[in-house]
Design a protein around this ligand. Structure first.
Ligand SMILES: O=C[C@H](O)[C@H](O)[C@H](O)COP(=O)(O)O
Length: 234
């Protein structure tokens, strides 16, 4: 296991301590969340009873392979805890997510949860969000008009930079689990995340954006100095 993977696993193991029998859990997506799902699978194999809601088809496949009981939000509606990774977090626990393309389901699941705990290695910590290109999920209809509006509204919020349509290695556009495209917005810094979020949400072609504001109650960050918890785990 690489050093980064080892740190991700440490953060995942700390989050696993929060899991109690009977919990309804949101299961995040990405290389860090994968560690949490793997560790949870070990506990389930030992008899722990929980029910999970996956945030992507990838996570669903992993959870099913580990025999973690799954449900959906139509059945459960609310969850006790969601554990997910992040692409960036700032000192106010604001996040950029969506590097793996799962931001829409991740945000729906996080919003349905009493608590969202983020697990990460310390390389994702930033003072100001925006170094990681902001993923914006868009409807395929009118995609170039939507790109134009994203550029205009982002500039009004003080953010500008290249807005790239995400592509597969084959050159074909990346398509999310929900059937949408993603624009990766290389803004460099996002000086006003709340303003930007509101402006993006108001664009009809924008399905959702990767700014997770006021959703994370804690960030568990593993680094060379050990595991640090920002926010509250209770
Ligand atoms: O869409 C993907 C998610 O938001 C991931 O949680 C995020 O990209 C972090 O992924 P990773 O743990 O692989 O760095």
């Amino acid at each position: 296991m690489s050093n980064a993977d080892e740190l991700k696993r440490q953060a995942a193991a700390k989050a696993l301590e929060l899991v109690e029998p009977g919990m309804r859990l949101g299961l995040g997506t990405g290389s860090t969340a994968t560690h949490f799902v793997a560790l949870l699978g070990e506990r389930v194999a030992q008899g722990l009873q929980v029910i999970g809601v996956p945030t992507s088809e990838r996570t669903r496949a992993q959870a099913e392979s580990l025999a973690i009981p799954l449900a959906d939000l139509d059945t459960l509606q609310t969850l006790d805890l969601t554990v997910d990774g992040t692409d960036e977090f700032d000192p106010a626990l604001r996040l950029i997510k969506g590097g793996g393309g799962a931001l829409l389901r991740e945000k729906i699941v996080a919003a349905a949860s009493n608590r969202m705990v983020v697990i990460t290695d310390s390389s994702k910590a930033v003072q100001t969000l925006g170094k990681f290109p902001l993923p914006v999920e868009v409807n395929r209809f009118g995609v170039e008009a939507t790109r134009h509006l994203i550029a205009r509204e982002s500039a009004l919020a003080g953010s500008s930079g290249e807005i790239r349509l995400r592509k597969e290695a084959s050159g074909a556009p990346f398509v999310t689990d929900g059937g949408h495209y993603i624009f990766d917005c290389a803004f460099g810094i996002i000086p006003a995340p709340e303003d930007l979020a509101a402006r993006l949400t108001a664009i009809p072609g924008v399905v959702e954006h990767g700014l997770f504001l006021g959703l994370a109650s804690a960030v568990i960050s593993a680094g060379a100095q050990g595991v640090t918890v920002y926010g509250s785990l209770v």
